[in-house]
Structures are given as C-alpha cells and as structure tokens.
Design a protein around this ligand. Structure first.
Ligand code: BTN
Length: 289
C-alpha cells in the first residue's frame, strides 16, 4: 500500500484498523481519517484502506476477502491503473477527481438472490449523491448511475462462494465527481458525465464517500432484515430505461423492444413488438435511436 504523506496503519480502539495521516491533508485529497468515527458500530465500519494508486480497488478487496477480511472492509484509491468495469471493460478515472472504492460484504444470502444487491447499492449511491449534489440520479439497469443522458457512475459486484452459498461479495463503486471530462478518452467522454459538470459546482469527495458508505450501510442492513422491496421501489423511481426503445445483447445476438421496468427478481422486462414480453437477468443494454 502507498501512503499519503506521513501515513501509518494502526488498530482502532475496537480493534479495527484505521489509516492515520499526520500533517495537513489538502482539502481536495481523500482521507479515510474521519470515516472510522462516522461509521463506528456500523456493518460497513472498516477497516478503511487507502491507496494513492492501485491496480483496482476491486482486485485488492477481492484478495482481502479471499484471505478472510471482515465484512465492512473498505478499499479506497485516488487512482487505478487497471480499473475494472462490467463485461470485461475498463473503468477510467483521472487521478484525484472521482471516487473509486470497494467494500467487502458477507451477506447471509443464497447465491440466487445476491444479484439483487446491485439494486441496493445503486439506490444507496443515488440517494447519497442526491443528498449533497443538486443532481437527480437515474439508474440504467442494472448498475449504471446516470445524470440526464450521461453516465456519472458504475457499480461492479464480484462474488465468491459455492453454487448455493455466498462467501463474500466485493461491491466496487466508481463515481465521476469533479472529473474533468476532457481528460478521458474521446470514446468515453462522449457519453460520460460528472457531478460537477451536471451541477456546475465541485462536490466534496470526502463527504460524498462518507455519505455513500453510510447510505449503503442503511440500505444493506434494511435489505437483509426486510428483503429487497425498498431497493426495487428505489430502482423503479429512477429507472432510466423505462419506456425507451432498447436492445439487449444476448449470446444469440441482440434482442430489441421497449423497456417495461423490472420484475420482483430484478430482471429487466422487455415488451417485444409482437405483444410478447421477455425478461433478462443479465446483459448489456443499449438505447436504440
Ligand atoms: C461499470 O460501469 O462497468 C462498473 C464500473 C465499476 C468501477 C469501480 S471503480 C472502483 C472499483 N474498482 C474497480 O476496479 N472497479 C470498481
């Protein structure tokens, strides 16, 4: 792990590790200093591991999870050299401008339900963003965060376990916060947005990180206690695709129709042109123009 200025790892009073930084931390840099205090006694309560640069916070959290890291471990980075996106894509983010972090969870869920956590995470991130930036967030099924027609964030779940039982889940979240879109490759900046470009105001990344983690803690513990109804409702309030003409890539080729919401299992419902309905449990969705 690289360290920020004079940084040291130490055990907190409750035995959880914290990252400590001595000396002034410039306000535009991430610091995990306050997180342990703000998230004390929460499920997502640390340890908080900070990297100036890492290949991928998901890769890091995954190997920690495999090595037995406790639920609530959070890995944060200012930049990634091999940020992972869905479907084998890359996640690109200029250093120090966005949020890049991963959380280790150990949900007592059957493997057949674990994909529903994607909706929990997406709703938590959307609610946290809206609580501090004047930017309404829609969710493009299953896990993209949109402001208007621009993608401002993405979520990547990686899951370990047996066919039936979940051992660990790594929740990776990338948010373009104050991202200078001109620093992204043209192919990405054509569709990417940032909270700053959407709202016209820079957003405090440390505060947003704390709010996303707190909201995720609330939504996650609620989902485990009461089920996924709240996440399904939250998604439906923010369904970016609803009523739009879309194509879903399947292994047999693209299927086209109109997005008609999600069902109780979180699957995308598509109304086909000939009065038929089809559901998709995974896939890459594009808008038809
Ligand atoms: C997507 O939109 O395809 C998902 C992108 C997820 C990116 C985040 S950034 C932090 C975490 N670490 C990774 O390598 N990926 C996720």
């Amino acid at each position: 792990m690289r360290h920020l200025g004079d940084v040291s790892m130490e055990a907190g009073g409750d035995g959880r590790a914290m990252v400590r930084c001595s000396g002034a931390v410039p306000s535009d840099r991430l610091s995990t200093d306050d997180l342990a205090g703000q998230l004390r006694s929460r499920v997502i309560g640390g340890p908080f591991l900070y990297h100036e640069e890492v290949a991928s916070t998901n890769a890091e959290a995954r190997s920690l999870a495999i090595d037995g890291a406790s639920e609530g471990t959070v890995v944060v980075a200012e930049s990634q050299t091999a940020g992972r996106g869905r479907l084998g894509r890359r996640w690109l983010s200029p250093a120090g401008q966005g949020l890049l972090f991963s959380v280790v969870l150990r949900p007592p869920l059957p493997m057949s339900d674990v994909h529903l956590l994607t909706l929990v995470v997406a709703c938590a991130a959307a609610r946290a963003i809206e609580s501090m930036a004047d930017v309404p967030i829609d969710i493009k099924w299953p896990n993209d965060l949109f402001s208007g027609d621009r993608k401002v964030g993405g979520i990547l779940l990686e899951i370990g376990g047996t066919q039936d039982v979940v051992d660990w889940v790594v929740v990776g979240i990338g948010i373009n916060v104050n991202t200078d879109l001109s620093e992204l490759p043209a192919a990405v900046s054509r569709t990417a947005g940032s909270l700053k470009s959407a709202s016209g105001t820079a957003v405090d990344r440390n505060e947003l990180l704390a709010r996303v983690l707190l909201q995720l803690d609330v939504e996650y513990t609620a989902a485990l206690a009461f089920g996924f109804a709240r996440a399904l409702d939250g998604f439906r309030e923010r369904d970016y695709l609803l009523g739009r003409d879309i194509s879903v890539q399947t292994k047999d080729g693209p299927v086209s129709g109109r997005a008609a919401g999600i069902n109780e299992r979180g699957a995308l419902i598509m109304q086909l042109s000939h009065q038929q309905v089809r559901c998709f449990h995974s896939g890459d969705v594009t808008l038809r123009v």
